[in-house]
Structures are given as structure tokens and as C-alpha cells.
Design a protein around this ligand. Sequence first.
Ligand SMILES: Cc1ncc(COP(=O)(O)O)c(C=O)c1O
Length: 483
Amino acid sequence: MSGNVPVPSKLLQEAYRPEGFQAQGQIVLERLTRYLSEAARGSIPVLSSFDPQLLRDAFQSSLQPGSGSLADQLEAVLAAAHHLHHPGFYCAQVVPVLPLCAWCEAVVALLNNSSAVFEMGPVSAALESLLVDWLAERIGYPPGSAGGALTNGGSLGNLTGLLAARQAMAGYDCWEEGMRENLRPTVLVSEQAHYCVRRAAQVMGWGSRGATSVAVDEHFRMSRQSLEVAYRQALDQGLTPLAVSASACTTSTGAYDPLEVAADFCHRYGLWLHVDGAHGASVLLSQRYRDRVRGIERADSVAWDLHKTMAMPLTTTAILFRRKDDCYRTFKQKADYLFGEGDEEPWYQGALRTLECSKRNMGLSAWMALQLYGEEFFRDYIDFTHDLAGAFATRVRACHDFELLVEPQSNIVCFRYLPPGHGGDLDALQQRLRGLVNRSGEASIGTARLNGQLYLRAVFMSPLTGIEQAERLLSLIRELACP
Ligand SMILES: Cc1ncc(COP(=O)(O)O)c(C=O)c1O
């Protein structure tokens, strides 16, 4: 080691200069403000990039380490991105983020306070705890007895809920002992559930039989009978059902499993009830739509994404437990250097309740939104997007050349274009139309395979979309089908 006093290089000094930060901020602020208004007006194409390799190559060839310009790079990023604030964006369950959140995320990045433990991120810990309490109260969990954490996305949220189910229902301390050879657990889950629930069972080492499929009815919901059939099937195969994972709602069609039925079923057989509310638990904040999740307060755990139908940035998921002890039982860990000796279950040590150690301050955006706009913001957002989906479905039903798959229960609508006299492959037609719509620049749309057929799928996520744009989607499809 030399005796010289280390001095930060000129580069380091320049990179950390507050004046430089301000100048960069002005470039980004000015450009993003213009971007937001262009996207919201629909004056840029909804989707911009279709060829992964071409895009990668373009970025690679523009790489100029050390001499790139912020303005140019920002331009390249905006040009290649999908534009979620465009009123024609219907292709995925990602939100046009509440613009306020962009500033909150800048604050989060600059402060960079982790939320594993209080010492590393006091604000993160306090806000996370308050948000968890707020959401738990909306579920209807008894005040003071519920608990939970924020985590990175619905997949992790569902895994965490099912880890808790395993620990609570296995009949021994499997966190400590590992899986016993003679126990072959399974979770009963709708055949329409998001794949991450099956993946969670496989991550836990339960294999593919760790998730037993429950059939759905014509509305794509599990029923008492189908739960019963799946339960018997699992027993016949020598499996031990530990839990039911109900969807609120499903990904493809937005169907809500009947939670009261699932809760009664779990009560009868002594099973854990987990609710995958990643997409749709937020209806709890709407007087108009909250009946969709009647019975949710009886769930042992609920995963709830704020980055889906609450307009928050990726990824902000709450995993909530009816009994707060369950969130600590899931990840019992001794790490004296972090949590301190004897620190058993303090609410402000977030890492005791999640898979993550380092974690961004995920709660700031939701906290600020709540502070500035109140719960009404979320209520209005949910009411509007769900009303719009309903109005769109009504238009689809009224058209002789479109078929509505099912009445939407959420903000997701599945439908098909059936041009009169078309004798060809209707699935191929929907697939072709999806490609044409997405390259039109006017709108973007997805597909889902249901009842063996391919459907177009529109998700109404935006308060910037009006009924006229939704109607335009139908006429656009007609025009593209018959150029
Ligand atoms: C019902 C449902 N559950 C879970 C997930 C997974 O959530 P994430 O993408 O946040 O991991 C999704 C994603 O679309 C979903 O629709």
C-alpha cells in the first residue's frame, strides 16, 4: 500500500457534481415531458421494436464508452421502447405509470436506501410497513393481527405465500428439516392460473405434481365441484394437498375464482387458502367492483401487485398474511450481523419477511400517490379501466362480425374477428391480425388460446384511452383484415 493520499479522479469528481446532475435532469425532464404528451396524443407509434437481434445490434453499434451523449442515448431508448401512455396500448398487463412515480423513482435511485433492515433504509422500512397495513386493512384482515412485506413481482409474491403455506401445513418444521421423503405435497390451482404458481411448487421441490390442476367452468372459474374432483384425484395419486391457490383474477380472461367457495372448501379440508391477486386484488379499492373478491378476508395469504391495476411502476408487489406470524415463520433466519441478536420479530426488519436482502424502496411511489391524490386515485383508475373494458365488450357483442368470448369480469376482454363468409383458418386469421395491428402504430393487442381456439386479447390499463379509441380498435381490425 502506498502512503499517498487517494484523491478521486477528475472523472469521479465530475460524475458526482450536483451542477452536472441538474443539467442532466433538465435534459431528461424536458424530453420526457414532450414524450409524455406525444404518447398520450398518440402521435408516436404504440410499439416500436419487433426484431430483437436488430435492436441489440443497433444499440451495440452505437456504443461509444465515455463519449456518448445523454440526449442522444435518451432519444434512442425512447425510439425503441413500447409506449404505454399511447391510448392504443392494450397488449399487456403493464400500466402507463402515474407520471408522479417517475420523480419518486428518481428519489429512490438517488437515495439508494435498501430496505432489508432499518439501519440501511429507515424510510423504506417505515413506508413499507404502513403500506402493508393499509392494504391488509382493505382486504378486511383484523387490525393489528395481519402482516406482510413488499417484494419484487407477483411471481415472488406467490412463491412467498406458498412457502408460508408449506411451513404452516406440512405438519413439521420443513424450513428447518427440509422435505421428508414420504410427504408429496401439492397445491390445488385453476388450470387457468398464471404459470408462476406451478413454478412456485416446482421451486419448492414438489415437482410437476406439486400443482394439481382444477378444471374451470364456462366462465373460466374454479367451482366447488371441480375443487372436489381435483382434491380426490390428488389423494388417489398419493399426494397431500396442502393449499388452494385461487386466482383473483386469471391472466388470460380476467376471471375471478369464487373466493367464498374456495374458503369454505379450505375450511372443510384443513387447507391453506392463498389468493393470487396479482392482477385483480386492487378491486378492493373500488365500491363498484369489490364484490369480485368477496371472501378474500378469509384467505391465509394474498399476493397483490401494485404495478398491475394500481398504475405503480414495476415491480411493487405486496404479500399479505392474515396472521403476521406466518410471514416470519416462512424465512426464519439467523443473521446476527444484520438483524442483531435477540431481534426476533421486529416489524422494521423487512428481510425477515422476504426472499430478498437488498431491495429498493418499493413503497415510495404508492405512498406519494396516496398522499397527493388520496385513495380516490386508485378507485377512479380501477373504475374507469374496468368500465371501459365493459363498454368495449358491449360494442364487440353488438358487432355481427366479432365474437366475445365471455362477459369480462375485469379489465381484460377476449374476442375474435369472424368476417362473414370466411372459410379459412380462423386461428391463423387472429394471429395475422395481431401482427398487423401491432405494426400499424395505432394500437397493440395480444392473443390467448382458450377452449382450443385463438382469441384476440385487449387489456384496458390506461386512463388515457377513451371509448372512441376502443371503438377504433374494432374498425382498425376490419380494415387490416380486408386491405
Ligand atoms: C394472475 C397473475 N399472477 C401472477 C403474475 C406474475 O406477476 P409478475 O409478472 O409481477 O411476476 C401475473 C402476471 O401477469 C398474473 O397475471
